[in-house]
Design a binder for this molecule. Structure first.
Ligand code: ATP
Length: 300
């Protein structure tokens, strides 16, 4: 079966001076899967999503990046939706335009049923003026606009971050049901802004009132320094991912992976293979600002 999303021999650098942001990435995601990418800040998650969306050209010899079997840059496949945060910065969507007029102007009438369902889920007021709403409200309008056209592959980069918890949960349930009903594929970043509802509502087992993020993915994957430490792997709360979790939830898994990332990085720092992060605490060495400002000190 042709994978919905595939990358092979993918190495990518933003410029010639810095190390690659992705190194030899090889993944294949089946149609209908919902994969969550876990990894520390800077691991390469957004870079991968943007490359898959065809927003940047990969020019490494031998690298291949396909969606539904088609090259994402040279032969852009139809039915791919990428939703990223930069949309909200666009002056057009911050202008004095009423939401109903905005949605009409982008063809909302062609997808009435999905548009209306999304308007309800995302709790959007059609009379809002785009320049007078909060970031989270603007994000809801973006999601309504971006998701009303049925997609085969959905690439989500951080767009659920500023939704309130209830709207986020309803949206995840919609996305899961939609992907199951149409066999559509989702790839997104994991954001641990708050624990899964499962963690909040019960301590001992996985039965809970809300589905939350825990039941959303079919696959989870772990990225570190531009590579996959764990390739996309089928996820159920009982999945054996080589870690011991008494009540495995996505939140606990992500926390454990991120701790491993930090330990790994600190080990590299100790061995001099990585620039040391955090404050510089050697008192014998004045900081740059101290050296500069000492000459202005009154006591001198
Ligand atoms: N425009 C850019 N120019 C140069 N390097 C970049 C640029 N954008 C990202 N990088 C580098 O690429 C690496 C991967 O960044 P990326 O944004 O893909 O990480 P991420 O996993 O999505 O991080 P986060 O969770 O913080 O959003 C980082 O080391 C980052 O410094």
């Amino acid at each position: 079966m042709t994978p919905a999303i595939a990358a092979s021999n993918l190495t990518y650098s933003y410029n010639n001076f810095s190390p690659p942001s992705l190194t030899d990435v090889n993944i294949a995601l089946p149609p209908g899967s919902r994969t969550i990418l876990v990894g520390a800040n800077g691991a390469g998650k957004s870079t991968l999503l943007q490359l898959l969306a065809g927003k940047k050209l990969v020019n490494t010899p031998g690298a291949e990046l396909t969606i539904k079997g088609q090259d994402v840059f040279r032969n852009s496949p139809p039915g791919v939706t990428f939703l990223g945060t930069e949309w909200a910065m666009n002056p057009v969507v911050r202008g004095d335009i009423v939401v109903s007029a905005f949605l009409d102007s982008v063809g909302g009438y062609r997808h009435k049923e999905r548009r209306d369902l999304l308007l309800d889920i995302l709790d959007v007021d059609l009379d809002w003026h785009m320049h007078q709403i909060s970031d989270g409200e603007r994000r809801r309008v973006q999601l309504c606009f971006g998701l009303m056209v049925p997609w085969d592959v959905l690439l989500l980069d951080e767009v659920t971050v500023d939704l309130d918890v209830l709207v986020r949960d309803d949206l995840l349930n919609f996305l899961k049901a939609d992907s199951e009903a149409r066999g559509a594929t989702i790839l997104c970043k994991y954001y641990a802004l708050y624990p899964d509802f499962c963690d909040l509502t019960c301590q001992t087992d996985a039965t809970h009132i809300f589905d939350g993020l825990n039941n959303f993915p079919t696959h989870v994957a772990h990225m570190r320094f531009g590579s996959f430490v764990t390739l996309p792997t089928p996820w159920t709360p009982n999945t054996d991912l080589g870690i011991s979790l008494d009540t495995p939830t996505l939140y606990k898994l992500a926390l454990q992976w991120l701790k491993e990332d930090r330990d790994y990085r600190r080990e590299l720092e100790k061995n001099g293979q990585q620039v040391v992060r955090g404050a510089r605490r050697n008192p014998a060495v004045p900081s740059d600002s101290e050296t500069f400002y000492r000459k202005y000190d009154y006591s001198h």
